[in-house]
Design a protein around this ligand. Structure first.
Ligand SMILES: NC(=O)c1ccc[n+]([C@@H]2O[C@H](COP(=O)([O-])OP(=O)(O)OC[C@H]3O[C@@H](n4cnc5c(N)ncnc54)[C@H](OP(=O)(O)O)[C@@H]3O)[C@@H](O)[C@H]2O)c1
Length: 320
């Protein structure tokens, strides 16, 4: 079958590590099934893989892609939950042996993907395959950050750092629909304007002083915005962090944490049930993922390169 695989790693030139072509059909273990992929979305995770972050050489070649929407063996339209693991207290992300598709098992940038049967979530008819493909990683992560980990009531103010990312655009749209006051930062004026159109109430240049401190900060940028995130947060507020695109190591003024009783909360992906509720949330509110571009899977390199250059606003989706 046709697939997009990682065949080597290069931290500086990850795009050259992409391989397009024939790959063996998935092996289907007991309790697993296959999904015929109709659409799959790109995540920064795929670039990390090509850079060799979070994966070892022995796994190569591996099919890239965490996210998919498609049709199961019985002809049902489904969304694929990407977290492969055994729930601990009802949460697969707490399983220390968990993995995401494309880490241990082949991912979704292929004609077919094998997944445990329990990882299939019904796709609401009102949501297209392209939109549904955006949900399993970026949108699920944003949903958990804002509605679960932030611990806020509607009407609170949240700051979303790095407005253009897949998670960030989801945070803006979900936050707005959930009744939060959403402020966002971006280095680019164009992205700030697009964030306003998407539902942000106010936008600021990256690092700019805010008119008042916010109730929670949603962090995906990491090192470049960390200091600003901590100082923009009100006493007792929470930074919810799920990623660190600009760098994993950031200095923290500990006095700001303990003296002002601020919390730093880690968040990763979400449960199968949260993915199902997210799909219903979209169905009920009419909110839809911001899609930067849709490309045939065979032309995926263009999407990878745009993300690598930081030129996307929202999700890049590949179709088959
Ligand atoms: N833990 C999880 O479950 C999980 C799930 C999904 C994603 N993630 C992680 O979350 C991060 C975000 O991923 P994504 O795919 O949504 O988006 P992304 O393509 O990684 O970009 C996020 C945003 O970061 C900002 N940015 C990047 N470099 C920057 C710099 N040097 N200074 C200031 N801002 C910078 C950019 O904002 P502007 O251009 O607007 O300034 C960009 O739009 C990634 O690191 C990803 O691995 C984690």
């Amino acid at each position: 079958m046709f697939a997009v695989t990682a065949t080597q790693f290069d931290p500086d030139d990850p795009i050259k590590c992409l391989t397009f072509g024939d790959h063996p059909e998935p092996v289907v273990p007991e309790g697993w099934t296959t999904v015929t992929v109709r659409a799959a979305a790109l995540n920064h995770h795929d670039l990390w893989t090509l850079k060799g972050v979070g994966i070892s050489q022995e796994r190569l070649p591996i099919v890239l892609g965490c996210d998919a929407a498609g049709v199961d063996e019985d002809g049902n339209e489904v969304i694929v939950h990407s977290v492969i693991g055994t729930p601990v207290d009802g949460d697969e992300t707490l399983d220390p042996a968990r993995s995401l598709l494309s880490e241990k098992y082949d991912g979704t940038f292929a004609e077919k993907v094998a997944v445990p049967r329990r990882n299939l979530v019904p796709k609401p008819a009102a949501i297209s395959f392209e939109e549904a493909a955006c949900l399993p990683t970026a949108w699920l992560t944003a949903y958990r950050m804002i509605f679960d980990k932030a611990g806020l009531e509607p009407g609170s103010t949240i700051l979303v750092q790095g407005a253009g990312g897949g998670v960030a655009t989801a945070l803006i749209a979900l936050g707005r629909a959930g009744g939060f006051r959403v402020w966002a930062t971006s280095r680019s004026q164009d992205k700030r304007e697009r964030a306003l159109a998407l539902g942000a109430d106010r936008v600021f240049e990256t690092g700019a002083r805010l008119p008042e401190r916010v109730d929670a900060v949603m962090e995906t940028v990491g090192e470049a915005t960390w200091k600003h995130s901590l100082s923009s947060l009100r006493p007792g507020g929470r930074i919810v962090t799920c990623g660190a695109t600009s760098g994993m190591v950031a200095a923290t003024q500990l006095a700001q944490v303990y003296f002002l009783q601020k919390s730093i909360i880690g968040s990763t992906m979400g449960t199968r049930e949260q993915l199902a509720r997210l799909a219903v949330f979209l169905e009920q509110t009419g909110v839809r993922p911001m899609i930067d571009r849709v490309l045939p899977l065979a032309e995926a390199e263009e999407g990878f390169a745009a993300m690598h250059r930081g030129e996307v606003f929202g999700k890049v989706v590949f179709t088959l």
